[in-house]
Design a protein around this ligand. Structure first.
Ligand code: C2E
Ligand code: MG
Ligand code: MG
Ligand code: MG
Length: 289
């Protein structure tokens, strides 16, 4: 199969991996059919005003045998398979359903969903998105944000940007996820129509101890401002991180210091009780006086 003049020793490890791969695909297919996937939601806030600006939907697999399984343990297995498109559509439609449920409770919480580059570059992505949106006429497309992984393989920037523009005409918005970790961050920033830049959590994590990371965070905040995009820090784990970000002029944040990803049913209570840390409020008073 690899052409003439080639030989390959029978590789049992290769064979076992292949079997495992197919078993894994089969498991995920069954999980989808049995409705074992669930979206958790992690709030995104404005640390200065205390506003809840939205929630990111993060997929988990409630496996009867293995408990709650995180996306890094099953998404890579289906990355290059049609299953990833199917699961991706399940995510979008579940998120829309959730927005509708929250709306019924009087809550207006925009939801961002992660989409893979493969999904975004798949044929008819915009048309399929339009169909999904049409299934929820009560939900404003403005409540849906799509997070595109900055690191993922974006082959044809022009084509992706066209698809994004078509989706934007439908009313949805885009964010560049894990910004700064890819090879082409600057071209993506310049050429892709995303309103929001998400600074990757690896830079946030060490920004208080590593001056290089601090400079990167500072630069991404400045870049976003120059390009008139919003900017949010992800992986904000401590109050001190939030304080440092506010001092740099980055008001939007997401991370354990604010909230861990939680079940959708916990969001209403959380959102009525959350308020910014006193340290952050003190800072706002100092800055405005
Ligand atoms: P991401 O989109 O960058 O999401 C942020 C990840 O960081 C989440 O991990 C979240 O639980 C975690 N996180 C949030 N705050 C903190 C913090 O303060 N500290 C630390 N250490 N971690 C924090 P999770 O849920 O395991 O998701 C991992 C990745 O899987 C996501 O990264 C995203 O790329 C992907 N993913 C999740 N759900 C979906 C989905 O529905 N579709 C697709 N295509 N990808 C998804
Ligand atoms: Mg994300
Ligand atoms: Mg991210
Ligand atoms: Mg990530």
């Amino acid at each position: 199969q690899e052409g003439k003049n080639r030989y390959r020793l029978f590789d049992s490890e290769y064979n076992t991996n292949l079997v495992r791969y197919h078993e894994k695909l089969e498991l995920i297919r069954m999980a989808l059919d049995k409705n074992e996937f669930i979206l958790y939601y992690q709030p995104k806030v404005n640390m200065k005003t205390g506003a809840i600006i939205g929630a990111e939907a993060l997929i988990r697999w409630q496996s009867p045998g293995r408990g709650l399984v995180g996306p890094n343990d099953f998404l890579p297995a289906i990355e290059n398979n049609v299953l990833s498109i199917e699961l991706g559509e399940w995510v979008i439609s579940s998120a829309l359903k959730q927005i509708k449920l929250w709306n019924n409770l009087g809550l207006d919480i925009p939801v961002s969903v992660n989409i893979s580059a493969i999904q975004l570059q798949s044929k008819d992505f915009a048309t399929r998105l339009a169909h999904l949106l049409a299934e929820f006429p009560e939900v404003s497309p403005r409540s849906l944000e799509l997070e595109v992984l900055e690191t993922s393989e974006i082959g044809d920037l022009l084509q992706v940007s066209e698809t994004m523009h078509t989706c934007i005409e439908l009313g949805v918005t885009f964010a560049l996820d894990d910004f700064g970790t890819g090879y082409s961050s600057l071209s993506h920033l310049r050429r892709l129509p995303a309103n929001l830049i998400k600074i990757d959590q690896s830079f946030i994590r060490d920004m208080l101890i590593d001056p290089n990371d601090l400079v990167i965070v500072e630069s991404v905040v400045a870049l976003s401002r120059s390009f008139k995009r919003d900017v949010i820090a992800e992986g904000v784990e401590t109050i001190a991180h939030g304080t440092a970000l506010l001092e740099l002029g980055c008001e939007l944040a997401q991370g354990y210091a604010i909230a861990r990803p939680m079940m959708a049913t916990d969001i209403p209570d959380w959102s009525t009780n959350w308020h910014p840390d006193d340290a952050w409020l003190d800072l706002s008073t100092v800055n405005t006086s």
